[in-house]
Design a protein around this ligand. Structure first.
Ligand code: ARG
Length: 433
């Protein structure tokens, strides 16, 4: 092909700067396996309509497999005029199969194709991310079980509030991740719709049965309206949102790691493999991993805003602005994948100083709420109990019970007692299995 695949109506060659601006292959080449899968599915649709023979479908399948393995082997190089992955695949098929390759794009547009490719990519990525979240939940559940009775201060406003256990605290972080897991599973389901058959925006005059493509792709849902099918990127927003919120949860966990591993707290000891040193201060052991996870959550928020902002003004149906969706989706997913792996490694091996936590849990009158509740049980109105205990704290009355007792006696639903924490741990594990 000496000219772009759409070159028929032009008499002048494309300006090189125009090609540079519009070219997306460096980014969307990641869709290659999915473009090949969608192409195989579309070949079946064409064969079902009598527009390709069974032999053509076999030849297309074989050529697609060849293209895939050449790409993995690094022997496939995009041509100068391959502006995107779809162009590359169509050109390769035509180079290899002649007219059979040139028949493949009938009743199909890059508009429905790119939407389909990205849906397949998102479904796969959402599945992988949810598995990675599940792995982190398992690690946190293990650590929570190990520390179901390890007392530490619980904080509000980062001021000591009531004693809790490390198991309880870790189960709280894992609870947020269980919601992320469910959100990612839903994002996966949202992506699993077949949109091949929508064409450019309005379907086709050819006798194509979109259900054949849905079946070939193993997708449970089929688009309703062709115009919506090529314009819709809700599934991408769902995935980026689910990834971003998960990144925010990791950031909050990371913040606890940063704070609790400082000498001021001394609750956590950073493991060698997940710590960094200083180029000048020989004594340093820094929580860079947690800090980067915290910092990278910002990028996810940026990706989500970029995607939503890109979509908000678009007239129906396809607009080239949509090409920019992939960068946001790919970076959001890649970033979260790295952060999940790091937090899984870090939390699995982080050291715990139970003594430092127990000492801190005993201070600052954190027994006061429990003491007031004891008075309530004896018939004192709560407000009066609050005032009496407040005065006792102010006058330096020593703690009437130890933090471990306090933690054990909070047996309310979702509470801190070790039996409650162990039940939470089991529920967390069950939710991701
Ligand atoms: N590279 C394009 C994208 O990612 C493919 C669709 C191009 N369609 C078009 N009509 N120009 O969105």
């Amino acid at each position: 092909m000496a000219e772009p695949l759409w070159g028929g109506r032009f008499s002048e060659p494309p300006d090189p700067e125009m090609l540079r601006l519009t070219r997306s292959i460096d980014v969307d080449i990641r869709l290659l396996p999915h473009d090949l899968e969608a192409t195989k599915a579309h070949a079946r649709v064409l064969a079902d309509a009598g527009l390709l023979t069974a032999g053509d479908v076999d030849a297309i399948d074989r050529a697609c497999d060849e293209i895939a393995s050449e790409w993995s082997a690094g022997t496939l190089t995009p041509a100068a005029l391959d502006e995107d992955v779809h162009t590359l695949v169509e050109r390769e098929l035509t180079d290899r199969l002649g007219d059979t390759g040139a028949r493949v794009h009938a009743g199909r547009s890059r508009n429905d194709l790119v939407a389909q490719d990205l849906r397949l990519w998102c479904a796969e990525a959402a599945g992988e991310l949810s598995a990675a979240v599940a792995a982190l939940v398992e690690v946190l559940a293990d650590r929570a079980e190990e520390h179901a009775a390890t007392v530490m201060p619980g904080y509000t406003h980062l001021q000591r509030a009531q004693p809790v256990t490390l198991g309880f605290h870790l189960a709280a972080h894992a609870s947020a991740l269980v919601r992320d897991h469910a959100r990612l599973r839903r994002a996966r389901d949202e992506a699993r719709t077949c949109v091949l058959g929508a064409g450019a925006l309005a379907g086709t005059t050819l006798p194509l049965d979109a259900a054949v493509a849905a079946r070939a792709l193993g997708l449970p849902d089929l688009f309703l309206n062709a115009m919506d099918a090529v314009s819709d990127r809700d599934f991408a927003c769902d995935l980026v949102y689910a990834s971003t919120l998960c990144g925010v949860h990791l950031s909050r966990l990371a913040e606890d790691v940063v704070v609790f591993s400082s000498a001021e707290f001394g609750f956590f000891r950073l493991p060698d493999a997940w710590s960094t040193g200083s180029s000048i201060m020989p004594q340093k052991r820094n929580p860079d991993v947690a800090e980067l996870v915290r910092g990278r959550a910002a990028g996810g928020i940026g990706d989500l805003v970029a995607l939503l902002s890109m979509l908000k003004g678009l007239p129906l149906a396809y607009d080239r602005d949509l090409q920019e969706d992939k960068e946001a989706v790919f970076t959001a997913v890649d970033r979260l994948r790295g952060c999940l792996a790091a937090m899984t490694g870090l939390m699995g091996s982080i050291g715990v100083d139970a003594q430092a936590m127990a000492t801190a849990a005993g201070g600052s009158g954190s027994w006061a709420t429990d003491a007031a509740e004891e008075l309530v049980l004896q018939g004192t109105p709560f407000r009066h109990a609050h005032a009496r205990v407040g005065a006792a704290v102010a006058s330096g009355t020593p703690a009437p019970f130890d933090p471990a007792e306090s933690v054990r006696s909070r047996r309310s639903h979702g509470g801190t007692s070790p039996e409650r924490v162990l039940a939470q741990v089991e529920a967390l594990r069950a939710a991701v299995r």
